[in-house]
Structures are given as C-alpha cells and as structure tokens.
Design a protein around this ligand. Structure first.
Ligand code: ZN
Length: 83
C-alpha cells in the first residue's frame, strides 16, 4: 500500500479503515485495532490503534501515556498510537 511521505494522504482513509478491526464506537471516539501491522500514515511505522475523535480533542480523557501520531480526516482528529 503506497504512503505519502511526511504528508498523510487521507484519500486512503477508507482503505486504511477497511484494514483495521473496529473496537469501540461511541459519541466521543471510534477506535480501531491494527491487527495487520498497517503502517502509520504519519511516520510509516506500524501503529497499534487508530482513534477517531468525534468531539473536541480537549474533551477527551487521555489517561494513558504513549507515543501518538495525529492527523486530521474530514475535520476530525485522528490519533495513531504507538506503544
Ligand atoms: Zn506514527
């Protein structure tokens, strides 16, 4: 799967989504598990989970510490977690 270097090409978002396993979907977030080691669109390292933030990013309780890559898709903040 081709990846734009440095600048994520979220035209591939639907394709990316289809490769991931849905885990959680509520009014605040939708999270997906990367069970197939898909490369992160930002850093090209395989990520663990993708989280789509449906609300203001600041309203989220991010009570975990890990490396994150972020991007924007369709106005929503999208997080890619790296453990
Ligand atoms: Zn990344």
């Amino acid at each position: 799967m081709p990846h734009a270097r440095g600048c994520p090409n979220m035209d591939d978002f639907d394709e990316l989504l289809s490769s991931l396993t849905p885990r959680e979907d509520n009014e605040a977030i939708a999270s997906y598990q990367n069970t197939t080691a898909v490369a992160c669109p930002s850093c090209e390292e395989p990520f663990d989970d993708m989280v789509v933030c449906k609300q203001e990013f600041t309203s989220l309780n991010l009570d975990f510490e890990m490396d994150l890559c972020t991007t924007i898709n369709d106005g929503n903040v999208v997080l890619f977690t790296h453990k």
